[in-house]
Ligand binder design. Sequence first.
Ligand code: SF4
Length: 332
Amino acid sequence: MPTPNSNRPSDPPADLPDKCQPKPNNKRRGKLPPARVRALAINNLLAQLYPAPHTALRHDNPLQLLVATILSAQCTDERVNQVTPALFARYRTAEDFAHADPAELEALIRPTGYYRNKARLIRACCQQLVERFGGQVPRTLEELTSLPGIGRKTANVVLGDAYGIPGITVDTHVRRLSRRLGLTRHHDPVKIELTLMKLIPPAEWSAFSHRLILHGRAVCHARKPKCDSCILAALCPRIGVPPTSSPRPGAPRPRVFPRGGSPKAASAESGSLPAVSRKHGSGEGGSHQDDSQEDPRGSSSRRGTSVYGSRRVSPAKTSPQQLPSNRKNPNR
Ligand code: SF4
């Protein structure tokens, strides 16, 4: 008895078990409205959750925000807020920071990590502020990014939160969410910024960035996004999100076999195999800070996880038996 869909060869038979049905793919996601339409709707929905977003870094003036943003690289805002009261009480002007004793400055900012490099950047930046801008923090992206240690991310934070000049701030959360939401396919922060600038009205640039950051911290986590309770679920293609992050009730656990192993051998070895993340799903994982443009270490870090499963990639180990073959025997 032919089924109603039997004239469509691409449709799988209806009696196939769930695990044999095709997985959702990007073609299905293409039914969503275009990014330009969804971006505005996403911003409106997020505005309901985060109506008046602003940076979590405490500051009283543009200089303090500039210094706090330098300190926030590879560090949480909470930790920065713990050290800045004493720091800003000790150094009040750009001239104070420019002439600060390195050891004293390092001691004050030590809890934020990479304190030697951050102290050097703060002093160099404030020396330039004194020499070129009369000790004032400039109001343009070009001038700000000409300062040592200041990239587009820091500059846009300062412009948006200190001067009310809108700009898209691309940090690790904005980068992750804008890709998952299908608003950009880029990885490069500058390209992501330029793409989002085309999708969002200028007046909303700063607020939209903050909303994505807050939503990334609260709901759309790097490893386990809470898609089931996300206000954006109907608009989100969930690009790069592991399918196991929001399992359908009653769905069987995905069975993935070790590299080189056979399904038969694996099933004989263990009755319950560990769930292994898929290639597309693992690309967004990790909560590492990956904003290389302002990395205080001078280079971006990468986690040592493989796209195949969760195996950690480590340098090939040489067995002790192999070593003497290419060395001279000292006893000869
Ligand atoms: S639906 Fe999921 S992937 Fe999309 S924004 Fe919400 S939590 Fe993130």
